[in-house]
Design a protein around this ligand. Structure first.
Ligand code: MN
Length: 230
C-alpha cells in the first residue's frame, strides 16, 4: 500500500498536467437551466483537499445509479444500471457519462419530464474518496482506477476497470465497478437494505411527491417491501 504522504505528493505532481478543454460543456449543452433545478456549474471551482464521492439514484426512463468522483474541479461520472455491489464476485457495468459540476453532488429532487434525465434523483450515498492508484490521470487513461470510498453506505477498496469500447452494443466507454476483498465486502443486497436518501432519509416516491414529480414512476425505483410501508 502507498502511504498517504506519497499519495499526496503524487496528487500534487499530477496537478501540473494540462486539463481537458471546456469542462462541463457537454453537461451544459444537454440541459435547459431555465427549466431544470439542476446546478449550472461554475468552471474552475477550486477543490478542497478532500475529494467528494457521490452516488445519486436516478429514476429516469430507466432506473440507474450515477456514480461520481470529484477530480480536477468536476465530478467524473458513470451511470451504473444495476447499482453498486459490495460483493467482490459481482461486476457492475458502469457507462462513462459527461462530467458534472461539483455542486451536482448536493442535488436531490425532480428533473422535469421531457428534459434531459427527466425523473427523480435521490442522494443515495455521499462521502469522500481517496485514490489508491498513484497517478489518477494515468489510471483513467489506462482504464484501471483503484480507490477507497468513505461514504455512509459504501466503504473500503474498489476498482473501476474499462472494458473494450462498444461492449454491450454501446459506443460510450464501458467500465466495470468492482469491490475489492476487504472488511467492507459483503454479500448482502445493499440496494434493498438501504434504499433511502442519505440527505433526507426519503424514498424516491416521497422525493417525487414533495418536489412535484411523477410519484408512480418514482415508486417503481423503490424496493417493493419498503415502498408499501412508506
Ligand atoms: Mn442519471
Amino acid at each position: 500500500m502507498t502511504s498517504s504522504n506519497t499519495l499526496k505528493a503524487n496528487l500534487m505532481k499530477t496537478k501540473t498536467t494540462k486539463p481537458k478543454a471546456a469542462p462541463l460543456e457537454k453537461y451544459q449543452e444537454k440541459r435547459n437551466f431555465d427549466v431544470t433545478a439542476e446546478p449550472k456549474g461554475a468552471r474552475g471551482r477550486k477543490s478542497s483537499s478532500e475529494l467528494l464521492y457521490v452516488i445519486q439514484k436516478h429514476m429516469a426512463s430507466q432506473l440507474h445509479y450515477d456514480f461520481r468522483l470529484e477530480w480536477r474541479g468536476v465530478l467524473l461520472s458513470w451511470a451504473v444500471p444495476k447499482g453498486p455491489s459490495p460483493d467482490p464476485s459481482v461486476k457492475r457495468l458502469a457507462t462513462a457519462v459527461e462530467d458534472h459540476p461539483v455542486e451536482y453532488g448536493g442535488f436531490e429532487g425532480v428533473i422535469p419530464e421531457g428534459e434531459y434525465g427527466g425523473g427523480t434523483v435521490m442522494l443515495w450515498d455521499r462521502g469522500t474518496w481517496t485514490p489508491e492508484s498513484p497517478d489518477v490521470d494515468e489510471a483513467l487513461e489506462k482504464g484501471d482506477l483503484k480507490f477507497t470510498l468513505e461514504g455512509k453506505k459504501l466503504r473500503g477498496s474498489w476498482v473501476l476497470v474499462r472494458t473494450k469500447l462498444g461492449y454491450g452494443g454501446s459506443k460510450k466507454p464501458q467500465w466495470l465497478l468492482i469491490k475489492h476483498r476487504d472488511r467492507y465486502a459483503s454479500t448482502g443486497d445493499i440496494l434493498v437494505e438501504k434504499p433511502r436518501s442519505v440527505l433526507t432519509n426519503r424514498l424516491l416516491a416521497a422525493i417525487a411527491r414533495d418536489e412535484g414529480g411523477d410519484v408512480a414512476k418514482a415508486a417503481k425505483g423503490d424496493p417493493a417491501k419498503v415502498a408499501a410501508r412508506a
